[in-house]
Design a protein around this ligand. Structure first.
Ligand code: NDP
Length: 283
């Protein structure tokens, strides 16, 4: 029987440390503060926002939301963003993306203070992830996968790790973080030839493709560790991952569920980054 890698186990393990660090900051007169910048009211954004606010509050971080109208002009959007960026009481900024089509995110990516860029949007932090420099902030979901593997003491040194999905928010940075831990990484995508054979050889398989149930039992080696990053909706309207959990689970040593897997850890990573950012401003 496999070990179920539940997100909440990792969240609970991180909680006490975060509370202690936030309290230490408060003793120095600083309350760690996250500001979310949201343009419009997409249901996905609102749902993530609710979860993020709750998680921040649970560890003693203040969370503000700057809500901007869907039809805001580029100029006004940049002005509002700059105002948050310049606010000395704000330590971390999270901009919900994608933005409405008429807005260009490039200018704000470049104006955002990398010290406040707690979800790796700026070129500086992206470059740091790719250089294996851990002084920046990695994308929260990619780091959530690393935190989950670390919590379960899965040693990555020399292991064959396959990542399916090469996006800039998950697969690509994650592959660099795995490399930093001395894994031998194969990064797959839609043009990969013989995905099944490659996945089958993986000692650790990470699915981040956004295709419901695409990782089937014949694609997974016996006793592999399987992490499912995908968040999809199945034919019945239920949330599901990229892994065909029912058939894969009996074959593997560790597996993360969807929901209640990697997704639950993301906001704790966000909280960790906000606390670290606040600490960096205090020093
Ligand atoms: P993208 O759509 O940006 O990227 C998907 C990647 O998967 C692409 O590189 C694509 O390849 C690859 N891919 C898609 N289909 C296949 C296939 N059949 N075979 C091989 N590769 C494939 O998605 P994201 O990276 O943003 O997200 C991936 C998944 O993770 C989604 O389900 C998303 O909802 C979820 N997610 C979860 C988060 C969480 O908190 N748990 C946060 C962010 C995302 P190519 O480059 O060739 O097109």
């Amino acid at each position: 029987m496999s070990v179920l890698m539940k997100g909440m186990d990792v969240v609970n393990a991180m909680k006490e440390t975060l509370i202690t660090r936030a309290e230490k900051l408060k003793e120095k007169g600083v309350t760690p503060c996250l500001t979310i910048v949201r343009v419009g009211s997409r249901p996905d954004d609102l749902s993530y926002e609710r979860g993020a606010k709750k998680r921040m509050e649970s560890v003693g971080i203040t969370c503000h939301v700057v809500e901007l109208p869907e039809d805001i002009s580029q100029e006004k959007f940049e002005q509002e963003f700059q105002r948050v960026n310049d606010d000395p009481d704000v330590h971390g900024i999270l901009l919900f993306r994608p933005l409405p089509k008429h807005l260009d995110e490039e200018p704000v990516k470049n104006m955002l203070n990398p010290q406040k860029d707690i979800d790796c949007m700026t070129p500086v932090n992206i470059a740091k992830v790719f250089a294996g420099d851990e002084s920046g902030y990695a994308p929260c979901t990619a780091e959530a996968v690393m935190e989950m593997l670390c919590y379960h003491q899965i040693d990555l040194t020399g292991r064959e790790v396959v990542v399916v999905g090469r996006s800039m928010v998950v697969g690509r940075p994650l592959s660099m973080m795995l490399l930093k831990k001395n894994a031998t990484v194969t990064l797959c995508h839609t043009k990969t030839v013989d995905l099944e054979e490659i996945c089958k050889k993986a000692e650790v398989l990470i699915a981040a493709a956004g295709k419901a149930g695409m990782i089937t039992e014949n694609m997974v080696g016996d006793q592999a560790v399987v992490v499912d990053v995908g968040i999809n909706v199945d034919q019945n309207g239920n949330l599901c991952g990229d892994v065909d959990f029912e058939h894969v689970e009996p074959k593997v040593s560790y597996i993360s569920p969807v929901p209640r897997g990697v997704g639950s850890i993301t906001t704790s990573i966000l909280a960790k980054h906000v606390v670290r950012a606040a600490e960096s401003f205090v020093r």
